[in-house]
Design a protein. Sequence first.
Length: 133
Amino acid sequence: LENRISEGAGTAAAMNSMEAALATADPDSPAVAPYDNLEGVLAQLNGALEIAEEYSLRFSDPVVGPDGAVRRSVVLQFSCGSFPDAREILLRLTDGPWLCKISGLTLRAPSGLGNSPLSASVTITFFESTQLT
């Protein structure tokens, strides 16, 4: 019983902390989406990748944590005309309407990172919540 009370207090504290963070958050910052936001994720990816020459996407199954937080990971491989184009694609992803984290970024450019074509691989994790309606 004490463990359950302790867990409940921890969950309540975490919820209070998240609510306080949301209350003071920049209204233009990306939002945590309600689960299941696959359509929103696809729209964000589509908008970011319109300047890519080609791309492939591999979706992992969403992972739901005990607190209702959902992580939806996508492995993205793309090619584009230059380093500025790759930077723009990544900025469009992170500046999109839905909160995401970029990790595992690899850039490959046969002629250096200037204005030569390059390929990239990156993992993007989108965040959703089963607690939002």
